[in-house]
Design a protein around this ligand. Structure first.
Ligand SMILES: Nc1ncnc2c1ncn2[C@@H]1O[C@H](COP(=O)(O)OP(=O)(O)O)[C@@H](O)[C@H]1O
Ligand SMILES: [Mg+2]
Length: 269
C-alpha cells in the first residue's frame, strides 16, 4: 500500500434537505489497495457516504479529497477534472435497476468507456473482455430489464469494471442475491483486490466480512463513526455490534473465531 491515502474525508456532515441527518462528523482515510467495509444498521448513512465518495452528493460541512484533490461541486464542473475523477472511481449501486438503462447489455457496458473517450475499437475489446471475465458473454444481446436480479447485478458490475477504475464502491453488493451468486461476488471482490483495486463496500451482513475487508468502519444510528477495526476485532466486539444495532441480544456471534478474541482494542472508540 502506498503512503498517501487515495481518499480522505475530514469531518463530513450531511443532511438531506437540511433536515434529515445522514452523516455526522465522519472522518476516514482509504489507502491504495485497501478493502474497507462500511458497517451499520439501515439508515445510518452508509449509502450517503458512498455517494459522497463518488461525488454524487457534496458534504454540508467537512471536506472530501480524492487523489490529492478536493472534490467539490465546483471542481467537478471542470470537464477534465470530472472525467479524470469518474474514470478513477466506480460505483456499483445497491439497486441495479437504477444503474442499467441501455437497450442491450453490450451497449450498457460500452457506455462508460465511450464517455471516457475510448475509441469504438478499444471499447468493443473492453466489453468483450469484461463479459468474459464475469462469465456473461451469452448475455451481450439481451435487454438488461429482462434479466434476473443476479444477472442485472453482473451487468451493473461489468459496466463499472469496463471503465477500469482504481477505486470500486459497492453498496450492499450481496443483498438480494442467491447464495451461489453471493459467493461468486465475494470471490470476484477478492480477485479485484488481488489485482490491486481499492474497494469500499457498505453492508450490514457480517458473515463474509473477513473475506472481503481488511478494515471496518462501524456507523452508529446517530450517523457518527462508532468504531474502527479489523473484521476480527469488530466481530469480537459484541457490545459495539449491539449498540449500533447490527446484532440483537439473541444473535449468535457471526464467527466462531470472534469468541476467542479479547475486547477493547478498537481504535476510534
Ligand atoms: N433522498 C433522501 N431524502 C431524505 N432523507 C434521506 C434520503 N436518502 C437517505 N435519507 C436519510 O438519510 C439517512 C441515511 O441514509 P442512508 O445513507 O441511505 O443509510 P444506509 O445506507 O446506511 O441505510 C437515513 O435516515 C435516511 O432516511
Ligand atoms: Mg444504504
Amino acid at each position: 500500500m502506498s503512503a498517501d491515502p487515495l481518499l480522505v474525508c475530514e469531518n463530513l456532515s450531511f443532511s438531506y434537505l437540511d433536515k434529515f441527518p445522514a452523516l455526522d462528523d465522519v472522518s476516514l482515510e482509504v489507502r491504495s489497495g485497501e478493502r474497507l467495509a462500511l458497517l451499520g444498521a439501515n439508515g445510518c448513512g452508509k449509502s450517503t457516504l458512498l455517494k459522497v465518495l463518488d461525488g454524487l452528493v457534496f458534504p454540508g460541512t467537512g471536506r472530501y479529497f480524492a487523489f490529492g484533490q478536493e472534490i467539490t461541486e465546483d471542481a467537478l464542473e471542470d470537464e477534465q477534472m470530472n472525467e479524470a475523477f469518474r474514470g478513477r472511481v466506480g460505483f456499483v449501486f445497491q439497486n441495479s435497476d437504477a444503474q442499467v438503462f441501455s437497450p442491450n447489455v453490450a451497449e450498457e457496458i460500452a457506455f462508460g468507456p465511450l464517455q471516457l473517450g475510448l475509441s469504438r475499437e478499444e471499447t468493443t475489446q473492453r466489453v468483450t473482455d469484461v463479459l468474459a471475465m464475469l462469465g456473461i458473454s451469452g448475455l451481450a444481446d439481451r435487454t438488461p430489464f429482462q434479466l434476473s436480479g443476479g444477472q442485472k447485478k453482473k451487468v451493473a458490475i461489468a459496466s463499472v469494471l469496463a471503465m477500469n477504475p482504481e477505486v470500486l464502491l459497492f453498496d450492499e453488493p450481496t443483498a438480494a442475491l442467491d447464495p451461489r451468486t453471493q459467493m461468486w461476488l465475494i470471490e470476484l471482490m477478492a480477485q479485484l483486490a488481488e489485482a490491486g483495486k481499492t474497494i469500499v463496500h457498505a453492508t450490514h451482513d457480517l458473515d463474509a466480512l473477513d473475506r472481503i475487508a481488511d478494515r471496518c468502519l462501524v456507523f452508529g444510528e446517530d450517523h457518527r463513526i462508532a468504531g474502527v477495526g479489523t473484521p476480527s476485532q469488530i466481530l469480537a466486539s459484541r457490545d459495539l455490534l449491539l449498540e449500533v444495532n447490527l446484532v440483537h441480544e439473541h444473535t449468535p456471534l457471526p464467527s466462531p473465531r470472534a469468541r476467542s478474541l479479547p475486547h477493547g482494542h478498537l481504535e476510534g472508540l
